[in-house]
Design a protein around this ligand. Structure first.
Ligand SMILES: NC(=O)c1ccc[n+]([C@@H]2O[C@H](COP(=O)([O-])OP(=O)(O)OC[C@H]3O[C@@H](n4cnc5c(N)ncnc54)[C@H](O)[C@@H]3O)[C@@H](O)[C@H]2O)c1
Length: 267
């Protein structure tokens, strides 16, 4: 009997990144330098707070755009401004990577890109399967932004006979029952669940049987998975409720905001 556990919304990004890395290499955990630690002292990536890991992904996106435009160095204030955080928080986040920048020069863009990519486990490709090729599944399968970020969509699954064999985004849709076999054959590491909630657990079980170690679940249901499987849940209703809370709070109290530049506010 395999041990199972439920996952709450907001599972740890850093652990997922390490899990993805672990799927590809035995030396899974990215060592980072503890801020304030003596040079060369290594700590595990799990010491990076989840919120900071999420911001690292934003910095990476900004830095990649800067590199494309020919930037070689960037000041912390500039990077912070474009990323929408305050510069003290940015410097703190980057210190988790052992990156402190050079006074008067800033950060080397390419070095920083490499450090963030390694920390997020993005130095390898992670093959993705999408299950449930309805409205959301079609959008995900057709979205061209995943392969360039190291997440090529390599398999699609559904139960609708009208969809089986039909290419979506260039990939023919396979039947649900073929999930374990196809995922194992193609080395899928991430399974995206875009089925109705009633089907999500059985889909998840099939993905796990196919050796998939990471699940991104769009269905509004809590999944039970073995200990070695990581799950992240995307619940747009919860996100809207959180926004609603912030709107209500802002109406009562605008304290806690930090005004920058042209009247814009970053949090
Ligand atoms: N559409 C959105 O904007 C959106 C946003 C957030 C979350 N979600 C959630 O994502 C999921 C999908 O939403 P949707 O709007 O794409 O639904 P949809 O009805 O358009 O598509 C669902 C697809 O899943 C397939 N399916 C059903 N049972 C299956 C099974 N056992 N195995 C494989 N495929 C199966 C159906 O044939 C269909 O193609 C839902 O759980 C929904 O709550 C959707």
């Amino acid at each position: 009997m395999v041990a199972r556990r439920g996952r709450r919304n907001g599972a740890e990004v850093s652990r997922v990144a390490r899990k993805l890395d672990a799927d590809n290499a035995p030396t899974a955990e990215m060592p980072a330098v503890q801020p304030g630690a003596p040079a060369g002292e290594q700590v595990r990536a799990k010491s990076i707070p989840e919120a900071a890991v999420a911001r690292l992904a934003v910095y990476l996106r900004v830095l990649s755009a800067m590199a494309e435009q020919g930037a070689t160095t960037v000041a912390s204030e500039e990077l912070a401004g474009v990323a929408g955080v305050n510069s003290a928080k940015l410097r703190k986040d980057l210190s988790y990577l052992g990156s402190y920048g050079t006074r008067g020069v800033g950060y080397d863009v390419q070095v920083l890109v490499g450090q963030i990519e390694r920390t997020l486990g993005l130095t390898r490709q992670h093959k993705v399967a999408v299950v449930g090729i309805g409205n959301l599944g079609h959008a995900l399968a057709n979205y061209g932004g995943f392969p360039g970020r190291g997440f090529p969509v390599e398999a699609l699954f559904d139960v609708d006979p009208d969809l089986i064999g039909v290419p979506v985004g260039g990939i023919p849709v396979s039947h649900l029952d073929d999930i374990p076999k196809v995922c194992a054959e193609r080395g899928i590491s991430i399974g995206v669940i875009a089925t109705p909630p009633t089907a999500a657990q059985s889909v998840c079980d099939r993905l796990v049987a196919g050796g998939v170690g990471c699940i991104l679940n769009f269905a509004p249901v809590v999944l039970q998975v073995p200990e070695h499987v990581e799950v992240r849940k995307v619940d747009l209703a919860v996100e809207l409720q959180i926004l609603s809370f912030h709107v209500a709070r802002r109406a009562d109290d605008t304290n806690g905001s930090h005004a920058v530049g042209n009247g814009m506010v970053v949090r």
